[in-house]
Design a protein around this ligand. Sequence first.
Ligand code: NAP
Length: 296
Amino acid sequence: MADKDPSSVTVIGLGLMGQALAAEFLKGGHRTTVWNRSADKAADLVSRGAVLAKTPADAVTAADLVVVCVSDNDALHAVLDPVTDLLRGRVVANLTSGSSDQARANATWAEELGFGYLAGAIMTVPAMVGAPDSVFFYAGPQEAYEKHSAVLRLLGGGTTHLGEDHALAPLYDVSLLGMMWGTLNSFLQGAALLSTAGVKAAEFLPWATKWVDAVKVFATDYAGQIDAGDGEYPARDATMEVHFGALKHLLHESEAQGVNAELPHFVHGLMERTIARGFEQNSYAAMTELFRTPEK
Ligand code: NAP
């Protein structure tokens, strides 16, 4: 069983993100041991008080909490597989991006080998680590999370335990990234369209962000409609027919003004198929039918 000062923490992986994580633990006054495949990346952290472990074995035995942030799941196993005996009784908080299948497989691996495992997801960038709004997700045993939550919360005010199912962290991760790209793609498409009339992206920005607030209101109603699971999708704001008509204007304008129309074409296809399923007089939430299941 692990033996170290509970305020000690080990960080494995000192890329852009790992360095930011370790720096925040140091700032919080924790004894921070670090290890990286290329040891030179530890220099700055060591100058600020971090202890550089010579080997992964030294790193994992230095603390009860081992935070890992490397490129991918293969890298995690390349580092930890040779030292699993030493992990027994400790908690690995894995902040390496990965899939839900990997998260569940790693959970089984950890359980068989007798150490705690939290699958994590980082919803911020290195410069924002430690900020009050920065979100870090963890999924896995509540007990393992509670034991180390005071240290883990240093990384961001939005640090949250999602539940016991390890898959939740990667699933929330990619779902939120998808929202980010969807929103950004629409912003970029709108900015391209408006640029044909000499409007700067900065002029579009305040209206775009205000519109995101309106979209939040629509999504709030749609969440309830999706979760009701009754296939009703009452059109309290606008019908699919009305949405489809408006989308055709976006498609027409994009083509007429000579900007890229791929995104409106794609959405046009989704709406057309939803309407073909008989949802013309239902709300936009009916599109969930398409997203939930692949086309037959
Ligand atoms: P990075 O700067 O490219 O660093 C990658 C790290 O992985 C380095 O420490 C590298 O070691 C290590 N590594 C790669 N292959 C390895 C192997 N086979 N054995 C041992 N170590 C290995 O990446 P990063 O930006 O820090 O991202 C790390 C993780 O955080 C990724 O999963 C990423 O998706 C996630 N993440 C990053 C951000 C971000 O904004 N950067 C945001 C959210 C999530 P060397 O230094 O020796 O190459």
